[in-house]
Design a binder for this molecule. Structure first.
Ligand SMILES: NC(=O)C1=CN([C@@H]2O[C@H](COP(=O)(O)OP(=O)(O)OC[C@H]3O[C@@H](n4cnc5c(N)ncnc54)[C@H](OP(=O)(O)O)[C@@H]3O)[C@@H](O)[C@H]2O)C=CC1
Ligand SMILES: CCCCCC(=O)/C=C/[C@H]1[C@H](O)CC(=O)[C@@H]1CCCCCCC(=O)O
Length: 329
């Protein structure tokens, strides 16, 4: 019999998550029935959505939500071979049983040169968020100017590079000088540290005096309230995330968006990437191709050991990750 380790939400987060809000438990897994598989998580993902969705969907004692790349270690299902890798959405667990219906097989042709953890990042949900958010929600066109915040993270770093691939000028910001240096290294035209600029307003104006056609917003809050005044006529804003608000105990005021929306006839659209998953294969194929061609660079912030998942999650919310935050079991 296999015993899984799982992380549960012991206590709902109040403000910023604390390690004491989590508890690690053990779960004895039953023997496999016909049609079932036993899987072990190899890489797990910590993502910002876990903070707002825990409040919306979870109760205390539930296993933390989340996805993993897992390896099939035993199979009583002829459609799944032992040794194959899948992406699963089974929460913070080291092992689990599945009937196969909720699994996405990684292609057998997954290139040897690439870590399988990319299926949780640049070639997974965050990469697809950048792809559909930029090309479909922002409707970015060559020659335009794109602004993205949280630009050195899993989604933002792909947004900036896809904007360059698409023939645009790209301006990005992040929360440390080393992240800013990384953005310049991967091709951003302008990059700045939003924590140290004296005036965000002046910095945005200087980075693109004519304004921005597209704004890919991962942060929301005050940043978005200022950035909206720098949009060009008919500018498009993709409201992807609002990480600056996820840990608020008192809701922030504003933004008051009516004037710039009306004067500049802006479009602003919130989106959830899974709404585009009928085109998932197309997105994965494009992202994989650009990675293999060296046009789309990736960085992963790998935390070793399942035991360190809460610390990795909290660290990601604090900005300790460059690129995608991953846990290697
Ligand atoms: N709509 C959708 O379908 C999806 C939305 N998202 C959203 O996209 C955003 C980015 O996600 P993801 O790329 O996975 O995460 P990241 O890899 O970018 O990690 C989060 C980053 O957010 C930044 N951050 C944290 N707090 C603040 C703050 N108060 N102000 C500004 N930046 C902050 C930190 O970077 P720094 O050091 O720069 O501060 C941190 O590294 C999130 O808002 C997430 O919810 C993600 C996936 C799908
Ligand atoms: C105001 C909240 C904004 C959150 C934005 C965000 O990060 C969304 C992420 C989703 C992404 O588009 C695809 C996902 O899988 C993320 C949502 C996951 C929800 C899991 C809920 C599972 C459960 O409740 O069991």
């Amino acid at each position: 019999m296999v015993t899984a380790k799982v992380w549960v939400l012991k206590k709902h987060f109040e403000g910023f998550p604390q390690t004491s809000d989590f508890e690690m438990k053990q779960e004895a897994l039953a023997n496999l029935k016909d049609g079932e598989l036993l899987l072990e998580s190899v890489f797990l993902s910590v993502d910002p959505y876990m903070r707002p969705y825990s409040k919306r969907d979870m109760k205390e004692g539930d296993v933390m939500i989340g996805t993993q790349v897992a390896r099939i270690v035993e199979s009583k299902n002829p459609a799944f071979a032992v040794g194959a890798f899948v992406v699963a959405n089974r929460g913070w667990r080291t092992h689990f049983i599945s009937d196969g219906k909720d699994l996405n097989l990684l292609p057998e042709s997954w290139p040897e040169s690439l870590p399988r953890s990319l299926a949780l990042g640049t070639i997974g949900m965050p990469g697809l968020t950048a792809y559909f958010g930029l090309f479909e929600v922002c409707k970015m066109k060559p020659g335009e100017t794109v602004l993205v915040n949280a630009a050195a993270g899993a989604v933002g770093s792909v947004v900036g590079q896809l904007a360059k691939i698409g023939g645009c000028k790209v301006v990005g910001c992040a929360g440390s000088d080393s992240k800013v240096a990384y953005l310049k290294k991967i091709g951003f035209d302008e990059a700045f540290n939003y924590k140290t600029v004296t005036s965000l307003d002046e910095t945005l104006r200087k980075a693109s005096p004519d304004g921005y056609d597209c704004f890919f917003d991962n942060v929301g809050g005050e940043f978005a309230s200022i950035a909206i005044n720098h949009m060009k006529k008919y500018g498009r804003i993709a409201v992807c995330g609002a990480i600056s608000q996820y840990n608020d105990t008192v809701p922030q005021k504003g933004p008051y968006i009516q004037f710039p929306m009306i004067f500049n006839e802006l479009s602003m659209k919130g989106f959830i990437v899974t709404s585009w998953y009928n085109r998932r294969e197309e997105g994965v194929k494009a992202l994989l191709k650009w990675v293999l061609e060296g046009k789309l660079k990736y960085h992963e912030q790998v935390t070793e050991r399942f035991e360190n998942m809460p610390a990795a999650f909290i660290g990601m919310l604090k900005g300790e990750n460059l690129g995608k935050a991953i846990i290697k079991v």
